[in-house]
Design a protein around this ligand. Structure first.
Ligand SMILES: *[C@@H]1O[C@H](CO)[C@@H](O)[C@H](O)[C@H]1NC(C)=O
Ligand SMILES: *[C@@H]1O[C@H](CO)[C@@H](O)[C@H](O)[C@H]1NC(C)=O
Ligand SMILES: *[C@@H]1O[C@H](CO)[C@@H](O)[C@H](O)[C@H]1NC(C)=O
Ligand SMILES: *[C@@H]1O[C@H](CO)[C@@H](O)[C@H](O)[C@H]1NC(C)=O
Ligand SMILES: *[C@@H]1O[C@H](CO)[C@@H](O)[C@H](O)[C@H]1NC(C)=O
Ligand SMILES: *[C@@H]1O[C@H](CO)[C@@H](O)[C@H](O)[C@H]1NC(C)=O
Ligand SMILES: *[C@@H]1O[C@H](CO)[C@@H](O)[C@H](O)[C@H]1NC(C)=O
Length: 649
């Protein structure tokens, strides 16, 4: 008997696919299982205009993906009377009714996605959906739910850990909202219109660690007391005030996002905190007066990331950083700071990145033995003109310096010995690799400006009329890979670039160059930008030397001569070099009133004009010969009568 059953089962399994296709041909299209993808016990029927699941789902199906279909009424029938699901995805349907108790027997159901449906219609019926016995993750986002409506789904969800209510219309979180879901660890309430959170609304949730309240209308939080919470997002609200309950309790909060609010005061955080990430960017901070009396002082021993960009800070007292012993990233860009100083020995010794860009900074000082770990310093768009000339030599770890849009001048190496005014030294900064000095009104680049600094990138663009010493780049021979000299109005380069053995990328666009820099076969230039210069003839031997390494060449907007660059044009047309701006690369040909695109230039165009020249020469010669002849004949003719006359006489 048992053997017979086994045989039957085997047969069934073998014949099942056949059976499926039979059923498939005999039922109406939407009920096809064959249209779905079946992978072991998982069935994927996304985007098939289905009103319900295929009737012939395999027994023991665990995952059913019915997302993006036409399900309206979610009943046992819709799910083909299966109850063994682990994962049900019903996202993006038109569900407006759920059979009460539908999930009661689904003791394996862990993940239920009901996002993007019309569950607000169901909620109007004021019926509980019934127990969600085992569900750990429930997505109810974008269902038009408003205050109180989530109660019908959450009333009996004892196992629920992850809940998304994002994108609904909830205005208030009340004390009862999460009463039936005490296991919650993570709640998403992003993009609602929450104005009010009742006292104690989250108190019963002992395991809650992540709460996303971003993009709501919360104006203040005065007694923050969720000690177990690790991640709190309050970004994009109307917060004017954030204050934690004054207690000696230990808070587990690691990440607090308060960006894009209306905070005028630095948040008042719990005294015993282990906060690592704090974002208060895009607020209305004018000062960072955190301190009250010393016994109330808040310490930030664990803070690693602090973003205060886009505020109205005028200054930051050094004392603000005293208790930040772990800070790694400090962003205070886009404020009104005109002076920044770190003088106390040992201060901010863990900071790796400081972003002070877009301030009206005029004064910047770093004391000895401060900022020993600083690797990247951003000072873009400030008013820096005078700095202690050895300021960057004091930063032993500095690798990356962005100083564009200031008013700095560079000291020459001999000036380094004395105490020069009005210039900054960039030599002997032992780890400096990236230096951007574009748009500084730099007038000169003195000799050995970067000696003993292993630069790989140097940007000197937008310094109109920059006068580069011929030895200005010496000592960069084996390090420099990128050199940018864009928009400097340079008419000739007197610096020898061919000695820069590592140079691969050079931008010389928008200058007045009339000749190519000289390169030999040892060069390794891969991309060369010569757009918008005054190049008429390209030295073909230089182009040949570049050809073996060159991959990209920009050449547009130059008054090239067509016929003087035939070899070069041939090279561009036949080599692997990519000319991305080829559409704008034109040359001048005497026979054409408009510049000719270089792709259209042929050898013959230039030869034909040669032939024509020969024709013209022949014509001219013949003409001259004829005139001479005529003159001669005339001369002879005029002598004849004379002779005749004499003869006559
Ligand atoms: C949904 O289906 C059930 C059972 O078939 C039925 O009783 C109910 O009226 C339907 N509801 C709606 C809103 O269509
Ligand atoms: C809940 O969310 C966390 C964090 O996003 C995730 O790691 C976890 O897998 C989720 N749990 C379930 C059951 O979906
Ligand atoms: C907080 O929420 C905003 C908006 O949803 C999001 O952009 C931001 O990344 C979140 N913050 C963190 C720290 O995850
Ligand atoms: C900073 O706080 C201290 C003590 O509360 C107060 O005396 C001082 O005026 C405050 N400074 C600013 C700039 O608000
Ligand atoms: C602030 O600067 C940090 C580090 O440079 C960066 O990661 C962050 O995105 C910046 N903040 C804003 C709001 O751009
Ligand atoms: C510096 O901060 C500004 C925001 O003020 C941001 O846009 C920029 O990306 C940051 N720079 C870096 C390099 O992170
Ligand atoms: C660029 O240099 C040329 C001389 O080479 C000079 O005539 C011209 O005024 C300069 N242009 C600017 C904008 O300084």
């Amino acid at each position: 008997m048992a053997a017979f059953q086994l045989l039957f089962q085997l047969l069934f399994q073998l014949l099942f696919p056949l059976l499926v296709s039979c059923v498939a041909t005999s039922t109406r299209p939407p009920r096809h299982l064959s249209a779905c993808q079946v992978v072991q016990m998982d069935v994927f029927c996304s985007d098939l205009s289905l009103k319900s699941a295929p009737v012939n789902l395999p027994r023991g199906v665990q995952t059913l993906d019915l997302s993006r279909n036409q399900v309206q009424n979610l009943t046992q029938e819709t799910l083909a009377y299966h109850t063994g699901f682990h994962h049900l995805n019903l996202r993006s349907n038109k569900i407006h009714f759920i059979q009460p108790g539908l999930f009661k027997d689904m003791t394996e159901l862990k993940v239920l996605d009901l996002s993007r449906n019309h569950l607000n219609v169901f909620a109007l019926s004021k019926i509980n959906v019934g127990p969600l016995t085992a569900v750990k993750s429930l997505d109810l986002s974008s269902n038009g739910l408003y205050t109180g409506m989530s109660d019908y789904f959450l009333a009996e969800s004892p196992s629920l850990e992850n809940l998304s209510l994002n994108g609904n219309s909830i205005t208030k979180i009340s004390q009862t909202t999460f009463r039936g879901s005490a296991s919650l660890r993570k709640i998403g309430l992003h993009n609602n219109v929450i104005l009010e959170i009742e006292d104690g609304a989250f108190d019963s949730l002992n395991r809650l660690t992540e709460l996303d309240l971003s993009k709501n209308s919360i104006t203040c939080i005065t007694d923050f007391n969720l000690c177990n919470l690790k991640v709190l997002n309050l970004s994009k609200n109307s917060m004017e005030f954030f204050q934690s309950a004054t207690s000696a309790d230990y808070y587990n909060l690691l990440s607090l996002d308060l960006s894009e609010n209306k905070m005028s005061y630095f948040p008042l955080l719990p005294r015993n905190n282990r906060l690592e990430y704090l974002d208060v960017s895009r607020n209305r901070l004018q000062s960072v007066n955190v301190t009250g009396s010393p016994e109330k002082k808040v310490f930030f021993y664990h803070l690693r990331y602090l973003d205060m960009s886009y505020n109205q800070l005028k200054s930051i007292p050094e004392s603000f950083f005293y208790c930040m012993r772990s800070l790694e990233v400090l962003n205070v860009s886009n404020n009104c700071i005109n002076s920044f100083s770190v003088a106390n020995e040992g201060l901010l010794h863990t900071v790796k990145i400081i972003n002070l860009s877009y301030n009206p900074l005029q004064s910047l000082t770093f004391g000895e033995n401060t900022l020993q770990s600083l690797e990247k310093l951003f000072l873009i768009g400030n008013d820096l003109a005078t700095l202690d000339h050895r300021i960057f030599q004091r930063l032993p770890s500095i690798k990356h310096l962005e100083l564009q849009r200031n008013n700095l001048q560079i000291c020459s190496s001999d000036q380094n010995q004395q105490d020069p005014l009005g210039c900054v030294s960039f030599s002997s900064v032992p780890n400096l690799q990236y230096l951007d000095l574009s748009e500084n009104n730099l007038r000169t680049l003195p000799a050995n400006a970067f000696s003993n600094s292993p630069l790989t990138l140097l940007d000197l663009s937008l310094n109109l009329g920059l006068d580069m010493d011929k030895d200005s780049l010496s000592s960069l021979e084996h390090s420099l890979v990128h050199l940018l000299l864009r928009e400097n109005n340079i008419s000739s380069l007197n610096t020898d670039l061919s000695s820069l053995m590592s140079l691969k990328h050079i931008d010389l666009s928008t200058n007045q160059l009339t000749a190519l820099p000289v390169w030999n076969k040892d060069s390794s230039i891969e991309s060369l930008n010569l757009r918008n210069n005054n190049l008429v003839t390209l030295e073909y031997s230089t182009m040949l030397a570049l050809e073996h390494s060159l991959k990209t060449l920009y050449m547009g907007s130059n008054p090239l001569s067509c016929c003087n660059n035939l070899d070069f044009l041939h090279m561009v047309q036949n080599s692997a070099v990519v000319v991305p701006d080829i559409e704008t690369v034109t040359c001048v040909h005497e026979e054409y009133s408009e510049p000719v695109n270089i792709e259209k230039v042929t050898q013959e165009m230039c030869h034909r004009s040669g032939v024509q020249n020969v024709v013209i020469a022949v014509v001219v010669t013949v003409l001259v010969a004829v005139i001479v002849l005529v003159l001669l004949v005339k001369f002879c003719h005029s002598r004849k009568p004379k002779h005749n006359r004499s003869f006559n006489a």
